[in-house]
Write a protein that binds this ligand. Structure first.
Ligand SMILES: O=C(O)[C@H](O)[C@@H](O)[C@H](O)[C@H](O)COP(=O)(O)O
Length: 224
């Protein structure tokens, strides 16, 4: 296995151990614990290693930071990624809460998803964020007409559309993504490292939405 792949596997494993420790710590003092994870390609080693972690998964709720508004059978579905990589082995006992409904659009389904999320044991034990090369995180996209709303609303979820993405999205709002005891940012590659450095040098979250999360305590998990 190439050095880069090794490093990405290792950082995913480190994040998996940290996530398991966070959940275990919170389960010592509350009946259930919540984990919020991101989709995309970066999380795969993290999700695979997390699924193997020994903890009381039957008391864990899992949801997504965002979702593409597609059927769970669609290859782009983040729920499909979670079911295929995390909800296996010991972690199969966890309860997953998707961000989609049978409605044709996220605008039609957003209220039902908000009601679903309201039943979860907030604050989350951990929110794991990714980032795109445009500085987006979750589905908070710089080119989205709903970005300002998603950055400012008290609502927990927002229906999102953006020219930069092919499918309608639903995303947890910045407020809901902040509702966690711990935050992790999981990135790989030099390009994203440079975008993060640019984000750290400014404060306009509408330019680089990841900035909305760089003022709260955040642990960075990066590999080349
Ligand atoms: O639904 C999604 O795609 C994610 O939630 C998204 O916010 C992701 O974290 C970034 O787009 C990075 O994606 P990669 O890990 O694939 O680069």
């Amino acid at each position: 296995m190439k050095t880069t792949e090794n490093a990405r596997e290792q950082i995913g494993a480190q994040l998996a151990v940290a996530a398991a420790q966070a959940l275990t710590a919170d389960l010592a003092s509350q009946p259930r614990a919540l984990l919020v994870v991101s989709g995309g390609s970066t999380p795969l080693p993290f999700l695979q290693r997390l699924a193997e972690q020994p903890l009381d998964w039957s008391r864990v709720d899992i949801t997504l930071a965002d979702e593409r508004w597609v059927a769970e059978s669609h290859p782009d579905s983040n729920a499909r990624l979670i079911r295929d990589t995390l909800l296996v082995g010991p972690a199969a006992a966890a309860t997953f809460h998707s961000l989609t409904t049978s409605d044709a659009t996220p605008e039609q389904g957003v209220a039902a998803v908000a009601a679903r999320l309201a039943t979860l044991p907030w604050p989350a034990s951990l929110v794991v964020l990714g980032m795109g090369n445009d500085g987006h995180t979750a589905s908070l996209f710089p080119d989205s007409g709903e970005l300002s709303l998603a950055l400012s609303t008290d609502d927990s979820v927002v229906a999102v559309r953006a020219p930069s993405v092919s499918q309608p999205r639903i995303t947890l709002s910045a407020a809901r993504l902040h509702d966690a005891r711990r935050h992790a940012l999981h990135l790989v590659g030099d390009a994203k490292k440079a975008v993060l450095a640019q984000a750290l040098s400014g404060d306009d979250a509408r330019e680089l939405p990841i900035r909305a999360f760089l003022t709260c305590p955040l642990t960075l998990y990066w590999a080349p």
